[in-house]
Every structure is written in C-alpha cells, then in structure tokens.
Design a binder for this molecule. Structure first.
Ligand code: 26V
Length: 822
C-alpha cells in the first residue's frame, strides 16, 4: 500500500526543477547564474527535504494515533554521513534530480560534493547508530534517534610531516538544510544545587531537587527516510541554549559580563564532541552532555506519551528505550526521578516501569573504556540522581546478599559504587541493573561479557543477557558507495537484496561462470582505478589498480594493531631489497583513521605508517611492487570511496579486544577478502564465508589467556624470529627513518618489554598468512571466486537483520509485514 502511495506521488524531474529554482529565489535569494555551488546545494537540499516533510507528517500521525510502541534510541554519537544522495536514493528520485539539474546545466555530483558530513561521533559506535536509523525507517518501525547536536564534530585530520594535526570541524558554518529546529518542543535541564524533602498533601515524605542552574535544550530534527517505503523517522538532536528567563536586561548593569558568561556556559554543553573513544576520566562537561541530552529526550518521550492521553504508568508500554553504551545510562535514575519526584509514583512502581523500559547495549570489553565517574564530581552535578542510585544500589545489593550469602567480594564487585582508590559511580553496573535486557554486539563479545566483564551479573541474572551481532546498511555501503557493483548484482539477481540482503546468496550460482567472474573482476578494477585517481589527486602518489589493494581503515588504537600491519610492510620491503628477483604480487597498502588527540602512541602509529610510506614510495628498488598510502581525515564519505575498492580487508585486532567491528562487514559486502584474527565479528564472517574464503591468523583468546598466565615475554619472540629482528632492529637503528633512531623508541620499548596487544607473538603467523594472500591473488580465478562468495555470504551482516532481532527479542515491537518489500 505504501508503495502505491509513493508511486502516486512520484517525484518528477519537473517537480524538482521548479522546487530547486524556487528555493534558489525564495530561500537562498540568488538567481541561478550568480549562485555558488554551496548555494545550489542548499537549494537542492531544501527541495529534497520538502519531499520528505510530507511523508514525515504522515508518519508522525500514523504512530501518534495507533497503539504502537515507539523505539527511543539514545546515543551520544551519530555518524549519518552526507544526506543528499542517500535521501534521493530512498525517495527513488536520483535520476529525476539529475535530469532536472542537467536541464539547468548543473551537475548533481558537483552539488553533492558541497555537503559537509555531520561528524557527530568517533567511529563504530556512532556509525552503528546511523545504520540502525536507516534500517528502522526501512523496516517501517516508528523510532526516534535521540542525541546531541554538537556544534563541532570530530576534528578534521591533517597530516604534517607524518604527524596528525587536528583542525576544528565547522560543519554548521554554512547552515544545515537538513535539520528543522522545533522551538516549542524544548525543555529545561537542571544541574547542581541541592535536594530537600517535604511532606505532600497525603502526608507522605517526598524529595525534590533544587538545581543550581538550568540549561535549555532545543531539538533539531533531521528526517530519516526508509528505503522507498514512504516512511520517515526522525533524528532528534538537542542543542543547548541559555534558559528563556535569561534576559540581559534583567541583570543589573553591573554584572553584564557575568550574565554573558552564564549564557556562554550554557551553550558550551553542546559545543563539541569528545574526540576520544576510550577514556575521558573526570571530564565534568562530558557528564553534563550525557545528562543534558538524556534528560531532554526522556522529557520529550514523557510529553509525547501524555499527548496521547495515556497515564504515565503505561510509559513502558508505549516506549522502548535502547541505551547505546553507558553514555545515556543516566537515563535510568532520570526516569526514576521523573516518576518519583514529578509524577509522584511510589518506588516499586517507578522501578518496574523504568526497568521494563530500558535495554542496554555494551560495546567494549576494554576496562579503560568502561565509564566510571568520580563520586564527588557526580554528587556536585547530579545530587538527586546520586541519591536515587544509592537507593537502587542498596535494594539490588540486598537481593544479591540473599542470593549469595557470605560472598562479600561478589557484592563489592557488583556495587554501583566503586570503592577502590577514589570512589566512583560505575555506569555499566547501573545500566545492567536498570535494564530489562543487556546485549553484546557479536557472538564472541557477548560470550566474553558473560565470562568476564559482566560475569557476576550474568550469574545473577542470566535471562537478561543476549547477543545482537552488529550489521551495516547495504543501502549506503553497497548501493550508494558502489553503483557499478550494485548494477552488476541487480542485473544478475534482481533488486530484492536492497531490502533483504540474504538474497545475495543467489550470486553463488555465478561462481563458476567465467564471463560473470570476469565482469566482477573488471568492475572491481574500475573502482580501484577511481580510488587510485583520488589518491593521486589528493596525495600525489601513483598507485597501480592491478596491484592488491590491501586496506585498513578504522580508529587508530594499539589493540587494532595498525602497527602490526606496518611492521609487515617493512618486512616485505626488506625481503624485496634483499632479493629483487623473488616472485611477489604487487601490493598497495592503504590506511585511514584518526587518533584521539591525547593518545600519544596512536599518533606515533600514524607517524610510523607515514614514515614507511615515505621510505617505500620513494625507493626505486621496490617500484611497481609496493606502495603505502595514508589517507587523511577518514570519515563516512571517504569510507564510501574506500570500501568498494578493497581486495583485502585488514581485521587484525588482538583476539578478545574488538567488540565487533563493522568495517569488516562493509568490506565483505563489497567483495573484499578478510585477513583477520578470531576476534569480534570476524568469527561470524568466517563462519558465513567458510574457512577457505577467509585468511585466518594469530592467537585465540584462549591462547592469550594461557600465555598471559605463563607470563608473556615478547623478547623471546623477537629472538626467535629473524624477520621480526630485521624490522625491529632496522627501526631501532633508524634505517627506515632517515637515520632518526629516537622517533619510534617509545613504541619499540613498549613492544619488546610489555607488548600488551601481542604483536610480536602474532607477527610470524601474520606474515606467513599474508604470503598466502599474495599467492591466492595471483590466481585470478580463485580470487574472483573468493570475492564473489564473500559478497554472496554477507546477508547476515545487514543492519536490517540486526534491527529485526532487537525488535523481536528486546523492544517487542512488530515489524510491519509489508516492510522491506517495496
Ligand atoms: C567510550 C568512551 C569512554 C569515555 C570517553 C568517550 C567515549 C566515547 C566512546 C566510547 C565508546 C567506545 C565503545 C565503542 O566505540 N565500541 C565500538 O562499538 C562498535 C559498534 O558496536 C564496535 O563495532 C567496535 O568493535 C567497538 O570498539
């Protein structure tokens, strides 16, 4: 039915043309011939947004009135990528748009390049939230994505002399045509102050919070269209403003500056994204950000609930709230506060509603990334919430003392208050206890959570735990990013895979069809040639599209081991120098990724990669065989260029450290073959594609546990492996860094003496597996087969599958049956 509606309202080229011209005149105020690219981009975006608004209003009405449960997805980060081409694709209006613009001598792709992407996240966690929003809309599930409208997103990365330099990201500089501020849906959020008790009319003692200051949250809504189903959800991001009551004229003239300072302080809350994805201990502003957006979001959901005339006691029947990591877990005591102090419910009832509302997704096992707040800091900013947490904790620990009598250690570990050293509030413990469901993001990760990080909780509450393996949207990561491959697939098996990725299995019919294999190969080569051209234009480095494109793009982190990749390249380099006649499949190594500005070792890893590039790319002895490229400022847009052009996907984290990884899935869909460890989603990718179509190496989590128990001595691996000695000694002697012996010293010391991520232990296994990759590629037929099978067997890794699982197991919301079948 939805489909008919869309067809009826089909977006015509004439419609777009007149909308575009009208916006140029009325919104932008420029005639076509004098308008800049940015202005034209804005006019077009407004035209597209107009189309979305009509469907948007319909969608709101449809779930306001019906008795459907709505998903509130709470995430401190979103990385949606550029909207224009995605939304045109969803509306099935790309071609009419192209046509309309051509008639005005304007090129659609030129305009699309003007769009700055919203970098409102650090990496995988934020991008996952964006893929989920796409799948929710495509499945027709009513949902609101709540988050923060950071004025400055993740920094822009530049590379100077091989070092990362950060530049501010002014993504809102020219305005954002995709968002709509909704002034009359704003809320006040309190901070600091004190709490007090009072006796209510019925003689009950109640609490209230008298905040020391207040900040206003204004929602900015961005439409999130489903794929050709006429359905539109919204991404609602909160921006901080000074409260209305703040009026400069109210302040006595003497404190004018002080008054302005208050305004600036309020607005600071949504100023900037913290560019770190592991720890920001003690960052008061970060806690303020988390509480700010979570409180606004909850107040909004309560408001929408009441608009329907529903009693607050039915809140959990109308809303299912998912916590994307612990960042919004302050929502648990905040909902309790609303129910207890504002709605005047009793504790038991409030707790039942709260617990029935929330689900918590854990995204990391790294102990340093588990959020803990200093207790004094927390008490000063959120005194009422701390009291509520104490009460939740006491009641929970009482239950646990009954369950596990005499086990004081266990009780200490499960407490929401950490007592070792400085007292802290442990957000993961709070999130587990306050939610009806807890999940990890890949099978291995969910198992490890149960066995280690959250073991005590699993033993006490086994039914609460489940796995929801991550996924990514094929609409952005195949259809938008890789039109040539998508067309080839459409031609071969039709278009059902657009909304049902399992359909790609049909490609298996072609793995022995030499004509198809050849077309597949040529398509990939053309895509590689495009990336090659981009690299030459932006980096001035020539690369050969016939060489293996071996790619690692992700945040730079020691556990992700980009430096293992770099050590391998150095080893190849030595090999080629020592034996110029050795048979060798030419390779281009491509890297991309940002390092947290304060993460010294990660920045040194970037320097290492660039140093290796400098060495290899300028040595005539390895010309035509080895190239190394570091592409600066890796983000969603760049990812769209990169994933389709990969032959080899590097997924080489230390086993047990990468919760899931999602880049691995984007590579696989596009036909890259993985070299990887048994970590995160790699385990499931290998299971899907079969061991013959995956290059496995390295220690397993069990191996690592064993070695650790015996006492890991990295020096032994160094002494045993001549190849390893060659690269480590070379680095140490400055042979790869123009004589500089000091620059990599901290890294070498760390590797030889501690090596917490087992690079040296995995080095030989990695290099020999890489040799197998080279040999396999040399056999074009074998490689093409592997490539097709990787894509054909990527069905599981669509975020549509993931969202269906969340809907049925956690949120208990029906997925409309017509969805996914436009
Ligand atoms: C944690 C923290 C800790 C405090 C400082 C700021 C900050 C910012 C982000 C995070 C989240 C780290 C967790 C994370 O990003 N995990 C990644 O989640 C992906 C989606 O599930 C997953 O694929 C990656 O394996 C996992 O590292």
């Amino acid at each position: 039915m939805a489909q008919r509606a869309v067809k009826k309202n089909a977006i015509t080229s004439d419609g777009i043309r007149s909308g575009f011209l009208s916006h140029l005149t009325h919104t932008i105020g420029r005639p076509l011939e004098f308008s800049s690219m940015v202005e034209r981009y804005h006019a077009l975006s407004h035209t597209v947004r107009d189309q979305l608004m009509e469907q948007w209003i319909q969608a709101v009405e449809s779930y306001k009135n019906k008795n459907v449960r709505v998903v509130g997805y709470l995430s401190a980060e979103y990385l949606p990528g550029p909207h224009l081409m995605n939304d045109l694709q969803a509306l099935d209006a790309t071609e009419s748009c192209r046509e309309a613009l051509v008639s005005l001598q304007v090129d659609l792709d030129d305009l699309a390049r003007e769009e700055p992407e919203p970098g409102l996240g650090n990496g995988g966690l934020g991008r996952l939230a964006a893929c989920f929003m796409d799948s929710l809309a495509t499945l027709g599930v009513p949902a609101i994505g709540y988050g923060l409208r950071y004025e400055f997103g993740i920094f822009r990365q530049e590379i100077r002399d091989g070092w990362q330099v950060e530049r501010t990201d002014k993504w809102l500089q020219f305005g954002n045509p995709w968002e709509l501020p909704i002034m009359d849906a704003s809320f006040e959020v309190g901070f600091g102050g004190r709490t007090e008790t009072y006796t209510d009319d019925s003689g009950l003692v109640r609490w209230r919070w008298i905040p020391g200051r207040k900040v206003r949250g204004v929602p900015h809504d961005t439409p999130v269209p489903g794929y050709r189903n006429g359905f539109v959800n919204r991404l609602r991001l909160w921006s901080a403003e000074a409260v209305d009551s703040f009026d400069l004229s109210d302040f006595n003239a003497g404190d004018y500056m002080g008054a302005v300072r208050q305004k600036v302080e309020s607005e600071t809350i949504s100023k900037i994204l913290y560019p770190s994805d592991d720890n920001d201990a003690g960052k008061r502003l970060r806690l303020a950000q988390q509480y700010f957006f979570t409180s606004c979001s909850l107040q909004d959901m309560v408001r929408l609930h009441k608009l329907q005339g529903k009693p607050i006691t039915e809140f959990h029947q109308k809303w299912s709230i998912q916590l994307n990591d612990t960042h919004p877990s302050i929502g648990i005591p905040e909902l309790m506060r609303i129910l207890l102090d504002e709605e005047l419910l009793g504790w038991e009832e409030a707790w039942e509603i709260t617990q029935a509302t929330f689900g918590y997704t854990n995204h990391t096992l790294l102990p340093e990334a588990l959020e803990r707040w200093s207790l004094p800091l927390f008490a000063a900013l959120l005194p009422r919430h701390l009291e509520i947490i104490y009460e939740i904790n006491e009641r929970f620990l009482d239950r646990m003392r009954n369950r596990f009598p005499g086990d004081a250690d266990r009780i200490r570990r499960m407490s929401m208050i950490g007592e070792e050293g400085e007292r802290t509030v442990r957000m993961a413990n709070l999130a587990v206890v306050g939610s009806k469901a807890v999940n990890g993001v890949a099978e291995l990760h969910s198992d490890l959570l149960k066995q280690s990080t959250l073991r005590d909780f699993y033993e006490a509450l086994p039914d609460r735990f489940s796995n929801k393996t991550n996924g990514v949207t094929q609409r952005r990561w195949m259809m938008l990013a890789n039109p040539p491959l998508s067309s080839l697939i459409n031609e071969a098996i039709g278009t059902k895979w657009h909304t049902d990725l399992w359909e790609l299995r049909e490609l298996e019919r072609f793995v022995s069809d030499s004509a198809f294999l050849e077309r597949w190969r040529r398509t990939q080569e053309a895509t590689k040639a495009k990336l090659s051209q981009y690299i030459e234009e932006t980096q001035g480095i020539k690369t050969d599209p016939q060489s293996i494109f071996d790619i690692q793009v992700k945040r730079i982190h020691e556990y992700k081991r980009q430096h293992l990749n770099a050590l391998h390249i150095l080893s190849l380099y030595c090999q080629l120098k020592g034996n110029p006649n050795v048979t060798f499949t030419p390779r281009t190594f491509i890297f991309g990724g940002k390092a947290a500005p304060s993460y010294v070792m990660a920045k040194l890893i970037i320097k290492l990669i660039c140093t290796v590039g400098d060495l290899v790319n300028n040595d005539p002895d390895v010309k035509g065989r080895l190239k190394v490229v570091f592409l600066p400022d890796y983000n969603v847009s760049l990812g769209q260029r990169i994933y389709p052009a990969a032959d080899v996907s590097e997924q080489i984290s230390t086993a047990g450290k990468e919760a899931s990884g999602t880049g691995c899935m984007k590579f696989q869909m596009n036909g890259a073959v993985t070299i990887g460890t048994l970590d995160g989603a790699n385990v499931e990718i290998r299971k899907e594609v079969g061991q013959d179509n995956f290059f496995l190496f390295g220690l397993t989590t069990q191996d690592i546990d064993q070695i650790t128990q015996k006492g890991y001595r990295p020096q032994e691996f160094y002494e045993r492996s001549s190849k390893l000695r060659e690269v480590i000694d070379g680095l140490s002697e400055g042979r790869f860094s123009r004589g500089d012996r000091e620059v990599f010293r901290p890294m070498l010391d760390q590797l030889l003496n501690v090596d917490p991520y087992f690079l040296l232990a995995d080095f030989d296994s990695y290099t020999s597996t890489q040799a197998q990759v080279g040999a396999a590629y040399a056999d074009a037929k074998r490689w093409n087969r592997m490539s097709i099978l990787n894509s054909a067997r990527s069905g599981k890794f669509s975020s549509d599958r993931t969202i269906r699982e969340y809907c049925s197991d956690i949120w208990k919301v029906p997925v409309p049956s017509s969805s996914g079948a436009p």
